[in-house]
Structure formats: C-alpha cells, structure tokens
Design a protein around this ligand. Sequence first.
Ligand code: URA
Length: 266
Amino acid sequence: MPIDPDSISRKDAKAFLQMQLEFSVDQSIGDDPVNRYKLKEDKPRPARPPKSINLRAESKPADFVGIASRLAAQARNLDELRNSLEKFEHCELKFSARQLVFSDGRADSRLMIIGEAPGRDEDIQGRPFVGRAGRLLDAMFAAIDLSRNSESAANGLYITNVIPWRPPGNRAPTSEEINMMRPFMFAHIKLASPQLIVLMGNIACQAVINSAGITRIRGDWRDFLGIPVMPTFHPAYLLRNPLSKRLAWRDLLAVRLKMRGEVGSS
Ligand code: URA
C-alpha cells in the first residue's frame, strides 16, 4: 500500500528512512509493491465444487479411498487414468495446486521412477521432476544410459509421483493424502507395466512397499506385484547430503545390472 506522506509524522518518517538505510535500501523503484512471485500467465486454479449439505445427521463419513479405488480401477489406459484424476474432487491439494502433474517420459519404458509430489517448478510446468532435484535425477540416470527423452523404450524412463498435486509450501503429504491417492498410483503402475521400479525417498517407499527408513532399506531389491523395486534416496535429499551420492550410485549400478539381466544388489 502506498504511504500517504501527509499521514505520518516527521519523527515516523525519519525512523522509516533510518530503517531503510539499515536494510541497505539505496534506490526508489516504485510507489506500489509488486508481487514478483506471481506468474505473468497464472493459470486459474481448479474450482472447488459446491459442498452438498447432508441433512441426515447419522450419515457415515464419505469413503474417499473407496471412491478413488473405484475410479482408478475403471481406467483402461493411462489417458483414462489421467482423466479420472482430473475428475477426482476429494483431495484438497487439487485446489491449492495450479494443475495436475501426471507423468513425464516414455510410458513404454522398462524403468518407472516414482517420487513424492510436485514442487513449485513441477506445479508450474505440469511435469514431474523439472526443478533442481529433477536435474540431478536426469544426471543420475544419464550415467546409466537412461533418459526420459530417449528415442528407445529400452533406454527410456517413465516418471511419476505418489501425489499428483503440489502440497502447499512443499510440505510433506499427509498419510490421509497418501492413502487417498494410492489407488491411482497402483493403477498407474499396472497400466504402465514397467519391468523395474525405482522408488525415490521415504514417501514413495511408504506408499508402494509400505516401508520407511530409507537409509536402512535403500539398495535392497523389493517386490511389488512381481515387479522388482529398488528403494533409493530422493534427489532432493542428495542435494542436501552430497556424501550419500556414493550410496545412490551403488543403487543405480544395481539397477543397471538388473536391466542387463545380471543380479545387481548392493
Ligand atoms: N520431488 C518429487 O518427489 N517429485 C517431483 O516431481 C519433484 C520434486
């Protein structure tokens, strides 16, 4: 809000100038504050559906996990699964996010990567792992000749997240949110039908193999519906803990060996 110069005393004005000097303000740029975080072409957020009023006091709480399971089970292919998610109105995250972040890469890839949830960059672009952590993920998999932009399925990557909408302020998804979105993620795995899965970080491990404690469980092959699954560190964790990259590299070598039909475990 612009300050009306007539409404402040000389004393306050002096104190205000003194504060600006202390904050190292040395230029006057404009009278009105500008929200530099607002995007020029900000997409309209999905509209929240009107709440239906339930007059029957004894009615049971809605079974959102059941609704998610039925919707997810109806999808016969990945396009239908994406449409089901677009129609699903019961996860609050949908209404604070800019858009759905469904997947990226080649759906026919042998390897599927599952992360946690979109962050700011992913929310803006509508694709998973496109920020700093995503650049590290791309570099890690390029080191074993795999890429989301590959021209062949054999060297391709298919990338998605447990949660398809950005949690506000990048907070961790709650257990309720994970449980609600799990049926969609399981359907996603079944429809993509990869030969191997890499789970990045604790949330992905909790959602898919019901295990947490990534430092303990990483590097050992698990099984999900007959598909070998490798738990490893999330790239965002590796950015904060570069010493752990050594262990993540071991996990990737195990993935490479497995893809070549050799054993591969750390
Ligand atoms: N972290 C994730 O887990 N997923 C993304 O898409 C981006 C960052």
